[in-house]
Design a protein around this ligand. Structure first.
Ligand code: PLP
Length: 314
């Protein structure tokens, strides 16, 4: 309870963490390290800091969707004030080496604070912030069936962080404003109601999905994901947006990656260096505790039908 502050969402926690770390290190330097595959809730506030004169190093993932601690070690500098690394990538499902990053920062005696966006990891992949060695960590309620509009922020005990909102002093003075009691109670209830067997169930459904999807003509598995609930595939020659629409007409909801706006491919898939034809046809598939193998069968059947009825682009 001493280390948690409630927020309205993951975006708020990510933004706050970045601002707080930069403020914390304002006399130390102006260098930030993050990964090229963070959510835009991390990348955009960092981009805004870059426009104000901060220097940013983006760690690139390898083909398997993981960033390397060796790259982080090489990037750490005495003027690095923040390292922001997510635990589970939201489009690939890959686990990033956050614990190893914390050790690397410590070994280098680097003054940087370590922030972790754990929005996709919370209750899907076990972790304890203290054991990860992070200073700041962000979660969001709606990823675990709490209502939208509630999140939480871990701030390591002893870390001096500037309040997000000034006012009546709620949340230990860190985020003033009358507490949304119903939302808070709902987040607690969602945590309590979370089925501890859900991750294993989702992993089994995903494993089955990857098997049946491999039978779809032309389909490529882009990433099987380390986390139990996310994987990514591609149907080269079939634009993602069309696939998402065709599938949703059949009652199947997948996405083309969280940042696929206006026909531009997601920055996460782009960072993998995929060929353009593959990149334009990626699908991010996620599973819920209620997903069953038949859902995966229906997805594979629908994609097969689409490849039979639509002509692939060259
Ligand atoms: N970070 C990651 C990895 C996410 O997947 C999301 C949501 O999709 C967010 C941050 C933003 O969380 P919220 O929607 O609660 O603002």
């Amino acid at each position: 309870t001493e280390e948690l502050t409630f927020t309205s969402c993951g975006t708020e926690g990510d933004n706050w963490s970045i601002r707080a770390a930069v403020e914390h290190g304002k006399r130390t330097g102006k260098h930030i390290i993050t990964t090229a595959i963070e959510h835009s809730a991390v990348l955009e506030p960092i981009r805004a800091l870059a426009a104000q004169g901060y220097e940013v190093t983006y760690l690139k993932p390898d083909k398997s969707g993981h960033v390397s601690v060796e790259d982080l070690k090489a990037a750490l500098r005495p003027d690095t004030v923040l390292v922001s690394m997510m635990l589970v990538n939201n489009e690939l499902g890959t686990l990033q080496p956050v614990k190893e990053a914390a050790q690397a920062i410590k070994d280098a005696r680097c003054p940087a604070l370590l922030h972790c966006d754990a929005v996709q990891a919370f209750l899907k992949v076990p972790f304890i912030p203290k054991e990860l060695g992070v200073d700041l960590l962000t979660i969001s309620g709606h990823k675990i069936r709490a209502p939208k509009g509630i999140g939480a922020q871990y701030i390591r005990k002893g870390l001096d962080v500037k309040p997000l909102l000034l006012g009546g002093g709620q949340e230990n003075g860190l985020r003033s404003g009358t507490e949304p009691t119903a939302q808070l109670a709902a987040l607690a209830a969602a945590c309590a109601a979370w089925d501890p067997d859900a991750p294993a169930r989702m992993a089994a459904v995903k494993a089955h999905a990857l098997e049946v999807l491999a039978t779809v003509p032309g389909l490529e598995i882009i990433n099987a994901g380390d986390a139990p609930h996310i994987c990514a595939v591609a149907l080269p020659g079939y634009p993602s947006e069309m696939l998402v629409r065709d599938l949703s007409d059949r009652g199947i909801y997948v996405s083309s990656g969280s940042a696929c706006h206006k026909g531009k491919p997601s920055h996460v898939f782009a960072a993998l260096g995929l060929p353009k034809r593959t990149l334009m046809g990626v699908l991010r598939i996620s599973f819920s505790p209620d997903s069953v193998k038949e859902d995966a069968d229906a997805l594979a059947a629908a994609l097969t039908e689409i490849t039979q009825t639509r002509i692939a682009m060259k």
